[in-house]
Design a protein around this ligand. Structure first.
Ligand SMILES: [Zn+2]
Length: 208
C-alpha cells in the first residue's frame, strides 16, 4: 500500500491518543510554568476535529495545562500527536495532505483525497506554505533537521521528511506517518519546553 492509498484505522488513532496521554503524564510530573515556575495543572479542552470519520468515539479533548499559581494561570498547550495547531483537521491528515497534495500554482480549487479525508485544496496549499515557510524557520525544525541523516530542503517539506522517515524506517505507510508525527511532536516539545531541563522523554519508536 502506498501513502496515497493509506487510511487510518481505529487502532492507529487510539495509539496517538495514548501517546498524548503518556506525554501529558510526564509534563504533569516534570513540567513547570515558563513564566513563574509554578506547577502545571491539567486543563484539557474539547476539540471537534475533521478527518476522523469512524475513528473518534465520545468527546475528544486536547491535552493542555494551566499554571496552578492563582496570580499567574498561564496556559501551556504542548504539541499533540492528534491535533494540528490552529487547524480543523487532525494532524495526520494535515501532514499527509501537505506532503502529497499538488503544489503547482494552477491548482486552487477542488479537494485532496488522502488519509480517509478530503480537505479542500485551498487548505492543503496553506498547510504546505506553513511547513515550507513558518515551520522551516522554527526552532523545532532546526532541532529536528540536525538529527536527520539526510535533512530535506525547506521547499520539500513535509514530503521530504516523510520520505526520509520511510527510507530509514520500516517502510509501511502507517509506521512512516506515525514516526513522522512522533518526530514533529518531539521537536515541537523539545524546542518549546527547554525549561523542563530535558526531563521529558516521549516515544522514539513507533509501535502499532
Ligand atoms: Zn505561572
Amino acid at each position: 500500500m502506498s501513502l496515497r492509498e493509506w487510511a487510518p484505522v481505529r487502532k492507529f488513532f487510539a495509539h496517538l491518543e495514548r501517546c498524548d496521554g503518556e506525554m501529558a503524564e510526564q509534563i504533569a510530573v516534570w513540567g513547570r510554568c515558563a513564566r513563574c515556575g509554578g506547577k502545571l495543572h491539567r486543563a484539557d479542552f474539547p476539540r471537534v476535529p475533521r478527518g476522523g470519520a469512524g475513528l473518534l468515539s465520545g468527546s475528544v479533548r486536547r491535552v493542555s495545562f494551566c499554571c496552578a499559581a492563582r496570580e499567574c494561570r498561564r496556559r501551556f498547550t504542548p504539541p499533540s500527536f492528534r491535533f494540528a495547531d490552529r487547524k480543523w483537521y487532525l494532524l495526520f491528515v494535515v501532514v499527509v495532505a501537505a506532503a502529497l497534495g499538488p503544489a503547482g500554482a494552477e491548482h486552487v480549487t477542488g479537494r485532496v483525497r488522502v488519509a480517509g479525508a478530503s480537505p479542500a485544496l485551498r487548505s492543503v496549499r496553506r498547510w504546505q506554505r506553513g511547513y515550507r515557510h513558518e515551520f522551516s524557520a522554527s526552532a523545532a525544525w532546526q532541532w529536528l533537521r540536525g538529527r536527520l541523516p539526510e535533512p530535506p530542503a525547506a521547499a520539500e517539506l513535509p514530503q521530504g521528511l516523510l520520505r526520509c522517515v520511510q527510507q530509514h524506517g520500516r517502510g509501511s505507510p502507517e509506521a512512516t506517518i506515525g514516526e513522522t508525527i512522533n518526530l514533529l511532536v518531539h521537536a515541537g516539545l523539545t524546542s518549546a519546553v527547554g525549561h523542563f531541563g530535558g526531563q521529558i522523554t516521549i516515544r522514539r519508536d513507533w509501535h502499532c
